[in-house]
Each structure stands twice: as structure tokens, then as C-alpha cells.
Design a protein around this ligand. Sequence first.
Ligand code: HEM
Length: 535
Amino acid sequence: MTFNISQKQWPALGYPSLSNAIFICGTVFLLYHIGVTIYRLTLHPLAKYPGNFIEKISDWPLIFQCNSGDRHLRINALHEKYGSIVRIGPNKLSFNTLGALEAIHTNRRANVKRAEWYKTIDAPSGEFSTQSVIDKKVHAFRRRVLSHAFSEKAIRDAEQFIQQSVDTLIRKMGEDTGSDGWSTPKDFSIWATYYAFDFTGDLAFGSSFEMLASEENRYMPKMLMGVSWFLYWAGFLPLGFIWRAILGSRLMNYIPGEAAQDSAKFFHLASSRLSDRFAAEEAAQANGKESRRDIFHYILRGRDPETGLGLTRAQLNADAGLLIAAGSDGVGLTLSATLFYLLKNPSVFEKLQEEIRTSFSSLDEICTPKINQLRYLHAVFEETLRMTPAIPSPLPRLVERGGLDIDGIHIPQGIDVGVPHYSIHHNEAYFPQSWSFRPERWLEDKEAVSLAKRAFCAFSKGSMDCIGRPVAYLAMKLALAKLVYTYEIEIAGELTGGGGTNLGPGRERQHEYQMIDWLVGYRTGPIVRFRRRGS
Ligand code: HEM
């Protein structure tokens, strides 16, 4: 028996017409959202915390902030307006206090885990990297295997690879000189980025990307920037499980826009670099030669002392992508920002030049352990990383069953909490005159220095902090010390890279290096010239 009922007959049968059905669905949808909004403003556990109306009721402002690159500025403005606790999403709180930093990050047993957002950042690779894995036990395992590559011995081995890229950087900065000995103007943010990619490639995979010397791979920084921008905001989209399934599938090829497709290409590139590294390892073994002691030398051999296990190929692939991204962007940004602050603060620059030029009597002497004894050089980097932390916004942590006490307040299970690095670094309670670039704050008063160190979190804190921190300092110190030892450096034209009243809210300060927060800070300038000393 078949039914043949025309649309006109529906109402007669007691069914709504199509227009009535749309009206009913629309009304239900509207009422649902009105209900949710009222709940979020009244009965929700975070209803009592201050924040802007729109951020209390929806996560969309956050997604737009990640898209625009102003997230760190927006959160900082909220802290300036509302105080140390701010509701930055219906289920999200931001804190800019030391108490919160210690409760959420520094305390290794904190009752939190990485939030849902982390599931997206490596989705195109099909496997979690050490940075994105959420399960705390699995993270601890991954970290134990990775730590072989960041031991004191491994970092001693790393220095020779970093030095090769530093020497190329020094050579390139002195090229194209005029009759007065000054080089042509160079956007240092671009060259610092090439340097950071080169040393990371060399150190991780045994072959530099050669961006300083050749144009072939210079497309990579722009590609990684697109990937970072895309995954940053996509990670906060509602119905994340659907997006993640798409990101990890062939459907990626049909998503419009370069950035989505670049995400797949980026992880593919990392994986092919790793395959080359495997091949080199096998060839060395077959020829009875000693393998090159770079990061993957240690990771491939690394076994977890507790389980005896190493990483799978998929895990290695995901970590290959992580190492390229983590290693290159932070160092590139920090080096450019440091040069900006030095040029903006001539007395600081003079003091640093004096320290570097009187500590070494030749370029070859610039290496460990002596480089690590330069206290002012270290303070200059601490101050840059404070003013301009490469990852400026909160790293979201989800409170687990039982809740978490932060600054004497009980935060229930299921809430995302975080400490924005940019905002705590500008909290006057820990960093007086926080908008001034003053390396001396890291050297003078003992108590103030100790407080500043506790509140400093550019590399995050605790069990999930940056494992590459010693490598980052070494790469930055060697590059800057050798540049300053070899060259006079001056601004070409006007000093670029700082703020301006035409750049939008939060970007007015001319003496502050500006970043676009697409997970990592992106930048331009300063544009500078180099002249060999004594020429
Ligand atoms: C100035 C430079 C750098 C800064 C500011 C920086 C900052 C950070 C931060 C804040 C995190 C924590 C991210 C999170 O919890 O989501 C992190 C993680 C990480 N970084 Fe760095 N980083 C820098 C350079 C490097 C370098 C040079 C390497 C390696 C060669 C590296 C490797 C890693 C790795 C592997 C992780 C994940 C650690 C884990 O989850 O256990 N970083 N970094």
C-alpha cells in the first residue's frame, strides 16, 4: 500500500505546512538560544565573574579575535577594565595573577588538563604531537622520550649545528654594501625568521632549509603563518569533532582558501623531512659511520625509561611538524623584537655592546660556556620575552573533576582557565613600569628579581613548559652576540615594528614591538643596516 499525499493535504491530516514547519523550527531555535543566553547570564557557575556581555554569552568573539590577531590585546584590555579575573567566554576564565599561574601551570599536580582546542592544532597530521596530546600520562611518556634530545649533552652537540646557521646569518647581513661600508636596508624580522628555520631544520633533521642562502624554501614561513592562523581560530569553532574529522581527511582539499590546504602540505613536508632523516640514519649505519647527533638522532633512539617504549612513526611525524613550528617562530620573533628594543633604547644597546665586545677577543670565542656567563645579554632576552612573549595568549587548561582553587576561589569542573602571558607580564604588581624596556629589572633588587622570575612565563611553566628553552636561548644568544661583535647596526630610515595611533586599540605604544597573535606572534621590522666594525 502506498500513500500519495500532496503538500496541500498535510494540514488537513494534522501535519504543519512547510512554512509553518520552518516557523516552528525557527521559534524553537530562537527560544533555545534565548534560554541558553539567560542561563549563561544568571544560573551559570561563571555568571558572577566580570566580563563583556557578548563574551559572557558566546565564544564567537574569541574566534574573531584569533582571526584578527588582536586576541592578546583584547584580553589585556579586559583585565585593565575588570581586574585580575575576567570571563572571556561562556565557559572560560582568564587570570593575570601569580597565584593563578602557580595553581594552573607551575604546580605539576594541578587538577587540569589541556583543553579541547589542542585536539585541532595537529589534526591535519592525524596524530597528536607532544604539545597537543591531552591525556596527561601519554604526555608524560612523550615528554620522557623527547627529553633525550634536550639533555645537557644533546645541547652541547646541538651547538655546532646552530653555529653553522649563525655564521651564514653573519655573512648575509654584511652583503650588498655601498662605498660607505653600510649594507643595503634589511627587514631583520625576515632574516631572523630564515635563520630560525635554518638552524631548526639542521638541528632537528640534519639538513638546513637553506633559507638564508637560497630562495628555494623561502615560501615556508608564509605557509606556516597561514597554518598557524587557520588552526588557531578553527580550534575554537563549535562542533569541533566535525572539523577535526575533516581536517584529518581528504576533504581538506575541497575547503576553500590556501591556509586549510597548506595545513595538510605542512605536515606532509615535515613527514618527508623525517623520511630523509631516516634514510640518512640507515645509510650511516650501513656504512659503519657514526650518526649525526641532532635532535632526531636522540629521539629515534630514545626509549622511555619507565616502559621501554619509543615513539611510533605517526607520533614522530607529528613531533616533526611541532619541532619546525615551535623551534622557528619563537626564535625568529624574539630576535627581531630584541633588535627593535635595542635600537629604541640606545643606552641599553651601548651597555650590551660593551659587554659583548669586551668579553670576547675573537668571533670564534663566542660559544658556550662563556656566552652563558654574559648577564646583561641574558637580561636583555628576558626583558624582550617579557614585553613580547612569542605565545602571548592563554594556553587553555580544562578543570577536571573535583575543581581547582585559584586565588582562594573554587573553580568547578569543566571550566577552561588560563593565564595570558602578555597580560601577566604587564601586571604592575610583578613588573613595575611594565611598558618600559628595562633589562636592569632582572639584575638589581634581589627580591624584585625573584618575584619577576616567578611571574615570567614566556616558555610556560610546569610539566608542559617549553622543552626547547635551552636551545632557544643558545640560538638567540649566539646570533645576537656575533652580530653585535661583528657589526655596527643602525636603523634604516624610521624605526619600524613599533606601535602607532593609526594601528588600532592597544597598538598605540610606539616603543612596543607589535605582534599579530596567530597563536605565535607574527611581525615586521625593524629595517636596519649593518657595517663591519672598524671598516
Ligand atoms: C623564544 C623561543 C620559544 C618560545 C617563547 C617558546 C615557547 C613555548 C611555550 C609557551 C610552550 C608551551 C605550549 C603549550 O603548552 O601549548 C612551548 C612548548 C614547546 N616548545 Fe617551545 N618555545 C620557543 C622555542 C622552542 C625551540 C627552539 C624548540 C625546539 C627546538 C621548542 C620546542 C617546544 C616543544 C617540543 C614544546 C612542547 C612541550 C610539551 O608539550 O611538553 N620551543 N614552547
